[in-house]
Design a protein around this ligand. Structure first.
Ligand SMILES: Nc1nc2c(ncn2[C@@H]2O[C@H](COP(=O)(O)OP(=O)(O)OP(=O)(O)O)[C@@H](O)[C@H]2O)c(=O)[nH]1
Ligand SMILES: [Mg+2]
Length: 195
């Protein structure tokens, strides 16, 4: 499929099903810990500076944000998990919103699950991966912030992440950086293969 990635815009933000776009366009959702770089990933992939709002403040993205890409597909920016400074109630609301989207959305083709290349995946990262595997949702693991690790150590970090996740080798694993744009082409290849 030919997609003009420059032709992208925020379409809408949704708290639940009744707000989702009603058509058949394929969707790729971004999941990951708060501050891992989901919004930056979207901006990098679309060659935009701040289409998906990023910030040093975790917990910035509160709703499901749908981005239209050339009227052919969408990115769905999902609020990050693992942000300590939210109440139990908010966490539950978050959980219901994500679960509803991930388990019922027919447009969903794959989840790009972001982890930080520098660190071992958190318990939440592992749980998200297990959740996606359980529901048989295709997953692309993107290990981001690769620019913060010297290339000579990428392999070692990749192995540690795979081990902790109990990574299924039939899934995609991509080393990525929103700063250097490393892995961008690979990420597009993996996404286009899924839609
Ligand atoms: N060095 C480096 N910094 C990055 C990279 N990706 C994101 N960041 C920085 O990490 C911080 C968080 O990035 P966001 O893209 O806002 O993270 P997010 O996952 O969308 O966060 P929430 O919306 O809070 O869930 C920002 O300061 C980014 O500039 C990367 O690949 N390399
Ligand atoms: Mg964000």
């Amino acid at each position: 499929m030919e997609i003009n990635t420059h032709n992208a815009e925020i379409l809408l933000s949704a708290a639940n099903k009744s707000h989702y776009p009603q058509d058949e366009l394929p969707e790729i959702a971004l999941a990951g810990r708060s501050n891992v770089g989901k919004s930056s990933f979207i901006n990098t992939m679309l060659n935009r500076k701040n289409l998906a709002r990023t910030s040093g403040k975790p917990g910035k993205t509160q709703l499901l944000n749908f981005f239209n890409i050339d009227d052919k597909m969408r990115f769905v920016d999902v609020p990050g998990y693992g942000y300590a400074r939210v109440s139990k109630k908010e966490r539950e609301k978050w959980g219901r919103m994500i679960e509803e989207y991930l388990t019922t959305r027919e447009n969903l083709r794959a989840v790009v699950s972001l982890v930080d290349l520098r660190h071992d995946p958190s318990a939440d990262d592992v749980q998200m991966y297990e959740f996606l595997k359980y529901y048989e949702i295709p997953v692309i693991i993107v290990a981001t912030k690769a620019d913060k690790i010297p290339r000579g150590k990428w392999n070692k970090h990749e192995s540690a992440i795979k081990k902790k996740l109990n990574f299924d080798p039939s899934d995609d694993f991509i080393l990525f950086s929103s700063v250097s744009k490393a892995g961008m082409e690979q990420a597009w290849d993996a996404i286009l293969e899924k839609i």
